[in-house]
Design a protein around this ligand. Structure first.
Ligand code: T46
Length: 140
């Protein structure tokens, strides 16, 4: 199964322009408890480099573009977000990196929980250990 799950957020366009509505359990598959956005990213900077234990998120590039790399410790996949009516679902214990931010990029992220630093795994080695232990427990 692919790590890249893209939601079609359904742009409501008319001759005045476009509008996207984000609604809990309608087009967003969880209760939205937090919204944050990343902008003014310096040229050449990459972000992320962590996994979450529990957090579910949907990332939408509302302006410009950036490239996401998702990694479950087994395979790595990437996707460029550039459409404001497409949302990347990031759930499960997945290492994420964001690269190639365009100068005008505004990356908005919806999350199902409040900010909690204890939910982060910020070391790639710890992430690999965590997912391999989990896999061996699940495998019996
Ligand atoms: C993620 C990717 C896609 C807060 O105080 N509250 C918040 O809600 C967030 C998201 C961050 N912070 C603080 C924590 C750090 O001191 O803001 C600082 C920058 O956060 P961080 O370095 O984690 O940012 P990114 O861009 O590397 O990662 C963020 C999210 O943290 C993360 O959950 O999945 O975007």
């Amino acid at each position: 199964m692919s790590l890249i799950k893209i939601l079609d957020l359904q742009s409501l366009g008319d001759d005045r322009g476009s509008l996207v509505a984000l609604e809990t359990h309608r087009n967003i598959p969880f209760d939205i408890k937090r919204v944050y956005y990343i902008f003014d990213t310096r040229n050449g900077v990459s972000r992320g480099f962590h996994a979450h234990l529990e957090l579910k998120q949907v990332a939408v590039c509302v302006r410009g573009s950036c490239r996401f790399v998702l990694d479950d410790g087994h395979c790595k996949e990437e996707v460029v977000l550039r459409e404001p009516d497409k949302g990347l679902v990031i759930d499960g214990v997945v290492w994420r990196e964001m690269h190639d931010f365009s100068e005008d990029c505004i990356l908005m992220v919806l999350a199902d929980e409040y900010y909690d630093e204890n939910d982060y795994i910020r070391s790639y080695d710890e992430f690999l250990t965590y997912v391999s232990e989990r896999r061996s427990i699940k495998g019996g």
